[in-house]
Ligand binder design. Structure first.
Ligand SMILES: [Zn+2]
Length: 128
Protein backbone atom coordinates (compact mmCIF):
# COMPACT_ATOMS: atom_id res chain seq x y z
CA UNK A 1 0.00 0.00 0.00
CA UNK A 2 1.67 3.11 -1.16
CA UNK A 3 0.52 6.54 -0.19
CA UNK A 4 -0.69 8.37 -3.21
CA UNK A 5 1.36 11.26 -4.17
CA UNK A 6 0.96 14.07 -6.51
CA UNK A 7 -2.75 14.58 -6.33
CA UNK A 8 -2.63 16.37 -3.06
CA UNK A 9 -0.10 18.92 -4.07
CA UNK A 10 -1.21 22.45 -3.68
CA UNK A 11 -1.52 24.08 -6.98
CA UNK A 12 -2.21 27.59 -8.00
CA UNK A 13 -0.13 30.61 -7.36
CA UNK A 14 1.60 30.48 -10.64
CA UNK A 15 4.35 32.89 -10.99
CA UNK A 16 3.97 34.88 -14.10
CA UNK A 17 7.51 36.07 -13.89
CA UNK A 18 6.87 38.94 -16.21
CA UNK A 19 7.88 41.66 -13.86
CA UNK A 20 10.99 39.89 -12.71
CA UNK A 21 12.64 40.41 -16.03
CA UNK A 22 12.94 44.11 -15.50
CA UNK A 23 13.81 45.99 -12.34
CA UNK A 24 10.49 45.05 -10.86
CA UNK A 25 6.97 46.31 -11.25
CA UNK A 26 6.62 49.93 -12.19
CA UNK A 27 3.70 52.18 -11.53
CA UNK A 28 2.72 55.61 -12.67
CA UNK A 29 2.67 58.44 -10.18
CA UNK A 30 -0.66 60.20 -10.35
CA UNK A 31 1.07 63.48 -9.59
CA UNK A 32 3.95 63.84 -12.04
CA UNK A 33 2.72 61.01 -14.29
CA UNK A 34 6.17 59.47 -14.40
CA UNK A 35 6.71 55.77 -14.19
CA UNK A 36 8.72 54.60 -11.24
CA UNK A 37 9.47 51.36 -9.43
CA UNK A 38 6.43 50.47 -7.36
CA UNK A 39 8.62 50.23 -4.31
CA UNK A 40 9.47 53.91 -4.49
CA UNK A 41 5.87 55.01 -4.74
CA UNK A 42 3.21 55.23 -2.09
CA UNK A 43 0.15 53.15 -2.76
CA UNK A 44 -3.21 54.39 -1.62
CA UNK A 45 -6.75 53.15 -1.88
CA UNK A 46 -10.17 54.61 -1.37
CA UNK A 47 -11.75 53.76 1.97
CA UNK A 48 -15.30 54.31 3.07
CA UNK A 49 -18.13 55.17 0.76
CA UNK A 50 -20.58 57.84 -0.13
CA UNK A 51 -19.85 61.07 1.65
CA UNK A 52 -17.36 59.41 3.94
CA UNK A 53 -14.87 58.65 1.23
CA UNK A 54 -11.24 59.11 2.02
CA UNK A 55 -7.87 58.25 0.61
CA UNK A 56 -6.11 55.69 2.70
CA UNK A 57 -2.32 55.44 2.42
CA UNK A 58 -1.21 51.86 2.08
CA UNK A 59 2.57 51.77 2.58
CA UNK A 60 2.62 48.00 2.97
CA UNK A 61 0.52 47.58 -0.18
CA UNK A 62 -1.84 45.11 1.37
CA UNK A 63 -5.19 46.77 1.34
CA UNK A 64 -7.69 45.27 -1.04
CA UNK A 65 -9.35 47.18 -3.77
CA UNK A 66 -8.26 49.40 -6.53
CA UNK A 67 -5.14 51.29 -5.66
CA UNK A 68 -3.18 54.11 -7.20
CA UNK A 69 0.33 55.36 -6.66
CA UNK A 70 1.97 58.64 -5.92
CA UNK A 71 5.48 59.66 -5.00
CA UNK A 72 5.64 60.30 -1.27
CA UNK A 73 6.39 63.88 -2.12
CA UNK A 74 4.28 66.95 -1.37
CA UNK A 75 4.96 68.25 -4.87
CA UNK A 76 3.47 65.20 -6.55
CA UNK A 77 0.63 65.19 -4.06
CA UNK A 78 -0.11 68.80 -4.86
CA UNK A 79 -0.10 68.18 -8.58
CA UNK A 80 -2.43 65.22 -8.24
CA UNK A 81 -4.76 67.17 -6.00
CA UNK A 82 -4.90 70.11 -8.36
CA UNK A 83 -5.79 67.88 -11.25
CA UNK A 84 -8.17 65.77 -9.17
CA UNK A 85 -6.11 62.83 -10.26
CA UNK A 86 -6.81 60.83 -7.11
CA UNK A 87 -10.47 60.33 -7.82
CA UNK A 88 -9.83 59.61 -11.45
CA UNK A 89 -7.13 57.05 -10.75
CA UNK A 90 -9.37 55.25 -8.31
CA UNK A 91 -12.49 55.66 -10.44
CA UNK A 92 -14.28 57.43 -7.67
CA UNK A 93 -17.53 59.17 -8.33
CA UNK A 94 -17.35 61.47 -5.36
CA UNK A 95 -14.67 63.58 -3.83
CA UNK A 96 -12.48 61.75 -1.39
CA UNK A 97 -10.91 63.35 1.62
CA UNK A 98 -7.18 63.39 1.04
CA UNK A 99 -6.26 64.45 4.56
CA UNK A 100 -4.87 61.11 5.66
CA UNK A 101 -2.79 60.75 2.57
CA UNK A 102 -1.49 64.29 2.84
CA UNK A 103 -0.51 63.72 6.42
CA UNK A 104 1.24 60.48 5.61
CA UNK A 105 3.25 62.10 2.86
CA UNK A 106 4.15 64.97 5.09
CA UNK A 107 5.39 62.52 7.67
CA UNK A 108 7.51 60.39 5.38
CA UNK A 109 8.84 63.23 3.26
CA UNK A 110 10.23 65.26 6.12
CA UNK A 111 12.95 63.25 7.78
CA UNK A 112 13.38 64.47 11.30
CA UNK A 113 16.78 65.86 12.10
CA UNK A 114 17.61 66.88 8.57
CA UNK A 115 17.33 70.46 7.53
CA UNK A 116 19.20 70.30 4.26
CA UNK A 117 16.15 70.97 2.18
CA UNK A 118 15.68 74.56 3.10
CA UNK A 119 14.90 75.49 -0.45
CA UNK A 120 11.74 73.40 -0.29
CA UNK A 121 10.41 75.16 2.75
CA UNK A 122 8.02 78.00 2.19
CA UNK A 123 9.82 81.24 2.75
CA UNK A 124 8.45 83.60 5.25
CA UNK A 125 7.75 86.96 3.89
CA UNK A 126 7.93 89.35 6.77
CA UNK A 127 5.65 92.30 6.42
CA UNK A 128 7.48 95.54 6.21
ZN1 LIG B 1 5.52 61.85 -8.84
Amino acid sequence: MRPRRGTDRIRGRRDRGVDLLSVGPTRTCVGCRKRAPAASLLRFVAAGSGKDLRLQPDPSRRLPGRGAHVHPDPVCFGQAERRRAFGRALRLTGVADAGLLAEHIRTVSVPSGTTDDEALLPRHDPAR
